[in-house]
Every structure is written in structure tokens, then in C-alpha cells.
Ligand binder design. Structure first.
Ligand code: PDD
Length: 293
């Protein structure tokens, strides 16, 4: 997107070229289109700086390894590519960069085609921030069965269960669907989850049942650095109904308080004091990054 604010003016990266989004074309036989055979990243950009880039690139490596696609670029090359993308898309607001790599273009066959070149796509969009009124009120969420596969740690572009559950939440007037697997809370459709019980913060431990969120890790790190009790431990679904606070974290939502769950108030039904504290710490951290700390 450009300074005029028109997203259709945006310059994207596709397979070595920087070109207007409307001119960027991928063949129909791309395995991303045919099979959802690819992975992605979403990286926030604050004050023109890519947020936690190294961590995002490490997770990109992990996702690519998991689907046996070799990374076309090293971290240095990725940084240069994404910086160039940002210079093509000057923006007054914060941005989010989307990166997608698919296995490439080949005749449709389930097995991996030999010798194909991965398709690499990246775009930068304005970061849609949560309005202050929404933060003051908090969000509504619903719980849903975790109908996904066993490899949710891979940031796969195949997201049908996530989008179906997100839509179910939206249809019920909620912002997010929270997955529950065998009675354990895993994560949101596009977010990680935290709860607060008696002043202590809890988030499920990393496993193949959830995406290792970069925002999640940062929140855990900031909690420890600020002397807040924070435990990476299993959360039972029954704990959601008794939790004092529930938060959702993601690169685009940051740390979002959930004040209604399944049509019932969470705690007092307003964003809680532990969230207030973490929100402040998070904003201070972002501000220091903007200043180049
Ligand atoms: N999604 N879990 C899932 C299933 C997600 O899709 C996301 C983020 C997260 C949070 O991860 P992070 O803090 O690294 O953004 C957890 C992105 C934002 C998306 O799909 O648009």
C-alpha cells in the first residue's frame, strides 16, 4: 500500500520481482492453490522496523523443514528482501508483512514433484489495530472443539478448520474461537491464549497442538522480566470458566483481553488489572523498539 492509502497500489514481491499487486500472478498448478502445500509468516512492522524478525525467520525455517522445502534464502537475504519490500511500500501507519512459500508449480500429483522451485510471495499491508473502545470493552470469544490435525506447530497455509471456526465465532458475534482438545485449551483460530488465576498468568506449553506464537513468547518473556508470575502449563477447559482474565495474543492483535466467553462474562466482565499491566509493558517495549533500542 502506498501513501495514498490504496491497497491496490501496493507493491508485492513474487519470485524475484517487486511488482504491483494486481500484476502479480501465480500459475493455477501452484501446489499452494491445488493442495494448500505451503507455509507462511506474519511479521508486524512498527515504525518501519520488522518486529522480532529473527524469531519469525527461525519459525519460517522450522515450518519449511517440517514440509521438506528448502529455504530459498538465508536470514540475511530475507531481511534485505523484506526491507526492500517496505521501501516500496512507504506507509504512515504500522504495517504487517505476509510471507508465503509454496512447494511450487507442478502437474497435480500428491507426491512431492522433483526439482521444482518454491513459489515465494511477500506483501506489506497497513496493520489494522484494535480501536481503543474495543480494548476498553474487551472481546468476546467462543470455545469450539479442536478439529485440526496433529501438526499445529507448522504455520501451514491450509487453514480450513481455523477459518471455519473463526467464522462460527463471527456469526455468533464473537471475535475469536478458542480450541479445546481432549479437555485441554490449545489456542485461538489465529491467536495464542493466556489466562490469569489469582494473579498468576498461565499459557499452554508449546507442543504440536499449537503454533509457537512470537507474541506469546514475548509476553512470557516480558512477564518474567517484570516479576509477574507466569507459568507455561496445561489449561483445562473448566479453568476458562473460573479464570479471572483471558487474553489472546497475536502479531496483529498484540495482547487482547477477552471479557465474554460463550456468552458469559469473564471475571468481572471488563479487562482485568493483570492485562492492564501487561498491555502497558507491551506498549513500552514497542515504543523502545520504535526508537531503535
Ligand atoms: N496468526 N496461533 C495461530 C493458529 C495463529 O494463526 C497465530 C497468528 C498465532 C499467534 O502467533 P504470532 O504471535 O506469532 O502472530 C497463534 C497470524 C497473525 C495470521 O494467521 O494472520
Amino acid at each position: 500500500m502506498t501513501e495514498t492509502g490504496d491497497v491496490t497500489d501496493s507493491i508485492v514481491y513474487l519470485n524475484g520481482d517487486y511488482l504491483p499487486v494486481n500484476e502479480a500472478k501465480v500459475p493455477v498448478l501452484d501446489r499452494g492453490f491445488i493442495f494448500g502445500d505451503g507455509i507462511y509468516e506474519v511479521i508486524p512492522v512498527y515504525g518501519g522496523k520488522l518486529f522480532r524478525l529473527e524469531e519469525h525467520l527461525q519459525r519460517l525455517d522450522n515450518s519449511l523443514n517440517a514440509i521438506q522445502v528448502s529455504n530459498p534464502f538465508n536470514h540475511h537475504e530475507w531481511a534485505a528482501l523484506l526491507e526492500t519490500l517496505l521501501t516500496h511500500n512507504p506507509c504512515y501507519t504500522d504495517q504487517s508483512v505476509y510471507v508465503q512459500i509454496t512447494r511450487g508449480v507442478a502437474m497435480r500429483d500428491h507426491g512431492f514433484p522433483p526439482g521444482v522451485t518454491p513459489t515465494v510471495f511477500a506483501m506489506a499491508n497497513p496493520l489494522v489495530t484494535t480501536p481503543a473502545e474495543q480494548l476498553e470493552k474487551g472481546a468476546a470469544a467462543i470455545t469450539v472443539p479442536d478439529i485440526r490435525w496433529q501438526n499445529c506447530h507448522i504455520k501451514a497455509i491450509a487453514l480450513l478448520p481455523n477459518i471455519l471456526m473463526r467464522q462460527q465465532a463471527l456469526d455468533q458475534g464473537a471475535m475469536e474461537a478458542i480450541f479445546v482438545r481432549d479437555g485441554n485449551v490449545t489456542e485461538g483460530a489465529a491467536s495464542n491464549i493466556f489466562i490469569v488465576q489469582n494473579g498468576a498468568i498461565k499459557t499452554p506449553p508449546k507442543s504440536n497442538y499449537l503454533l509457537p506464537g512470537i507474541t506469546r513468547d514475548l509476553v512470557v518473556e516480558l512477564a518474567h522480566a517484570n516479576g509477574m508470575a507466569c507459568h507455561e502449563t496445561t489449561i483445562r477447559d473448566t479453568e476458562l470458566t473460573t479464570a479471572d482474565e483471558i487474553w489472546l495474543t497475536s502479531s496483529t492483535k498484540e495482547v487482547m483481553p477477552v471479557t465474554r466467553l460463550d456468552d458469559q462474562p469473564v471475571g468481572n466482565g471488563i479487562p482485568g488489572p493483570v492485562w492492564q499491566q501487561m498491555y502497558g509493558i507491551f506498549q513500552t517495549y514497542k515504543a523502545s523498539l520504535r526508537k531503535g533500542a
